[in-house]
Design a protein around this ligand. Sequence first.
Ligand code: CA
Length: 230
Amino acid sequence: MASVLVVEDDQFVRSALIRHLTEASHTVRSVGTALEALREVAHVGFDVVILDLGLPDLDGAEALKMLRGITDVPVIIATARDDEAEIVRLLNDGADDYLTKPFSVEHLSARMAAVLRRSRGAAAGGEPPSRVLQVGGLSIDPLRRQAELDGTALDLTRREFDLLAFLAGRPGVVVPRKELLAEVWQQSYGDDQTIDVHLSWLRRKLGETAARPRYLHTLRGVGVKLEPPL
Ligand code: CA
């Protein structure tokens, strides 16, 4: 059970959320604008905020920044925009998770449970249960979805991050392309180009090239491996 603030201007979506959350025995308050939300969080301690991005008064990204200015409460973004770049930016700006509308109650419940587990774990003392992967100067935090190279944050897309995190979990191991497709793309088939394109973007961000690899090594016809530079 959690105390939830729903920030949503669409009356229909709002009532549905309130109904579902109340049925799941959460306590719910709701507001329809970003400014009301800021006022609420300043006065009431919530366990989680569900923030609609399309609000009438403030842009969702602005609202998130202002929220972050006054509270560390976990924020789940609810967005109709399926814009990867925007979502990545929001996650970097302090959102804890996001849901793309329309989403199911089960989906929302699962995301909420995960976010609450993390924040309660953190509040209970100590760090949230995160295992940071370290490969040379690369450090990858799968839980926070953050990656750094030599202490500098990498701005990765969701897929680039997934690819890097998957490889970093098996440093020095050649992962067959088939396995990458299955694990990172959840596809049982596909062309090699999909992987190559993402690898080349990822390489650029790591400051290396296929001809002069440092971390990412492609073995033609076999697979890909990640290992620390010599
Ligand atoms: Ca809206």
